[in-house]
Design a protein around this ligand. Structure first.
Ligand code: ATP
Length: 381
C-alpha cells in the first residue's frame, strides 16, 4: 500500500517536554499528508477510535483509558486580520513550525524512515530551551494572535523561563490587541493560565505587562483563596478563584463588563460577581463579632461558597472559619415530609418552619430528630 504521507513528526509541546525530560501525556503529531487518514490507521493499530475534524484537517485518536494523540496536517497559516483566526493551507514541516508561537514550541522529531529520531529545529528552539528563553518567531506574532501573550506568561511561570528583551517589548506593544480577541478565545487562554500551579506568578506578570491591573496583592489573595478552598474541600475551580481575585483589582464599574467579556456561563459569572461585590461587604458585617451562629449563616450562605471564601481570604475571621468548618454542614434531620405527617400540607409555612428550625439548630437549641419534631409541633400549634 502506498503510504499516505511524506513525513511524520512529533511536534510542539511534546518535543519541548521530551527535551526537558518532563512527563507530558499530550502527544501531538504532524503529518505531511492526510492527517485524518493517518489518524484512522493509528486508531486501528492502537485499538482506539478516531475523531476527525474535517474542517481543520485534524483528528484526535482516543485509546486506552483516556489517552489521546492529536494529529494535524502540517500547514501554513496566514492572518488576514489581527487577532482573527488564520487561513490555512497544507505545507511542509518547516512551515508548520513557523506558524507556532515560540521557538521552544517550534521543534519536531521525525518518526518515519531516514528521518526517524531527527530533531527539526529551524529557529534555535533547543538553544532557547537550554537558556530558558521564550522567543517569538517573528515580529508580528503577538499582533497576529494576542493569546500568545498569555501563553508566553504561562510558560515563563511554569518553567521559570523569561521572554527575551525583544519578545517582551513586542508583548508590551501587543497588549492593545487583546481587545480584538473574541471573548471565547480570551476566556480559554486566561482560564488555562489560572489553572496552572504557578498561576500566582503569572498574575503578577500580567499586571507588570499591563494586561490586567493586578499586583502582588492580587496574587497573594489568589494563593490564599486556593489554600482555603482546598482546606475546606469546597471544590471551586481555580480559575473562578483567580477571576474573583482579578476582578477585585478592577474599579467596580469595570467588573460586570469584564465578566461579560469572557462569556462565562451565567452561574459562574454570578458566583464571581457575588464574591467581588459581597465578599468585602461580608468582612465589614462580621468585623465587630458578637453574631450568633444563625446570623453568621444568614450573612454567608446566600452567596456560598465564593463570597464567604473571598471574605475569609481578605480577612482571617474566626466566624468564617467556623462557618466553613461546621456551620455550613448543619442540616435538619427532618424535612417537608415530616411536617406533612404532622398535618401541614403544602404551603409557604413549610419553608418558614424549616428555616426557623434550622436557625434554632444552628444556635444549639435543638439536638436530634426528636427535638426537631417536638419543636415543629410546638411551632405548628
Ligand atoms: P501545554 O503543555 O501548555 O499544553 P503545548 O505546547 O502542548 O503546551 P498546546 O496549547 O497544546 O500547548 O498547543 C500545542 C502546540 O501548538 C504548541 O506547542 C504550539 O506549537 C502550537 N500552538 C498552540 N497555540 C498556539 C498559538 N496560539 N499560536 C501558535 N502556535 C500555537
Amino acid at each position: 500500500m502506498a503510504e499516505p504521507y511524506a513525513g511524520l513528526y512529533l511536534v510542539g509541546g511534546t518535543v519541548r517536554d521530551i527535551l526537558l525530560g518532563r512527563p507530558n501525556f499530550d502527544v501531538d503529531v504532524a503529518v505531511e499528508g492526510d492527517a485524518i487518514e493517518l489518524a484512522g490507521a493509528l486508531a486501528a493499530e492502537l485499538g482506539g477510535r478516531c475523531r476527525p475534524h474535517g474542517q481543520f484537517g485534524t483528528a484526535v485518536v482516543l485509546y486506552g483509558d483516556g489517552k489521546h494523540v492529536d494529529v494535524v496536517t502540517a500547514r501554513r497559516e496566514t492572518y488576514a486580520e489581527p487577532a482573527a483566526l488564520p487561513t490555512v493551507e497544507a505545507a511542509g514541516i518547516e512551515e508548520d513550525l513557523f506558524r507556532r508561537d515560540f521557538t521552544v514550541n517550534a521543534m519536531a522529531i521525525g518518526l518515519k524512515g531516514n528521518d526517524h529520531g531527527r530533531l527539526v529545529d529551524p529557529f534555535g528552539g533547543q538553544k532557547d530551551l537550554e537558556a530558558g528563553t521564550i522567543r517569538v518567531l517573528h515580529d508580528r506574532s503577538f499582533v497576529d494572535d494576542p493569546t500568545r501573550i498569555f501563553r508566553a506568561v504561562r510558560y515563563e511561570s511554569r518553567f521559570g523561563f523569561h521572554m527575551d528583551e525583544h519578545t517582551e517589548a513586542l508583548a508590551r506593544e501587543g497588549v492593545a490587541g487583546i481587545g480584538l480577541l473574541s471573548g471565547a478565545r480570551l476566556r480559554e487562554e486566561l482560564l488555562e493560565l489560572l489553572e496552572e500551579e504557578q498561576a500566582p506568578t503569572s498574575i503578577v506578570r500580567l499586571g507588570d505587562l499591563d494586561v490586567v491591573p493586578a499586583t502582588e496583592a492580587t496574587a497573594k489573595l489568589f494563593t490564599r483563596l486556593r489554600e482555603l478552598d482546598r482546606r475546606y474541600g469546597l471544590d471551586v475551580p481555580d480559575w473562578r478563584l483567580g477571576l474573583a481575585a482579578l476582578g477585585l483589582a478592577l474599579p467596580s464599574a469595570e467588573v460586570a463588563p469584564f465578566l461579560e467579556r469572557l462569556q462565562l456561563r451565567r452561574r459562574d459569572a454570578r458566583h464571581i460577581g457575588a464574591a467581588i461585590e459581597d465578599g468585602p461587604r461580608l468582612v465589614e458585617q462580621l468585623r465587630d463579632g458578637g453574631l450568633t451562629a444563625s446570623e453568621i449563616v444568614a450573612l454567608a450562605e446566600p452567596d456560598h461558597p465564593d463570597a464567604p471564601l473571598l471574605a475569609l481570604a481578605l480577612d482571617d475571621q474566626q466566624a468564617l472559619h467556623e462557618y466553613f468548618d461546621r456551620l455550613q454542614h448543619v442540616k435538619l434531620h427532618i424535612g417537608g415530609a415530616d411536617l406533612a405527617d404532622l398535618g401541614l400540607g403544602e404551603s409557604p409555612r413549610v419553608g418558614e418552619i424549616l428555616a426557623e428550625l434550622r436557625r434554632r439548630k444552628l444556635n444549639g437549641e435543638l439536638d436530634g430528630r426528636e427535638s426537631e419534631l417536638a419543636a415543629a409541633r410546638e411551632l405548628l400549634e
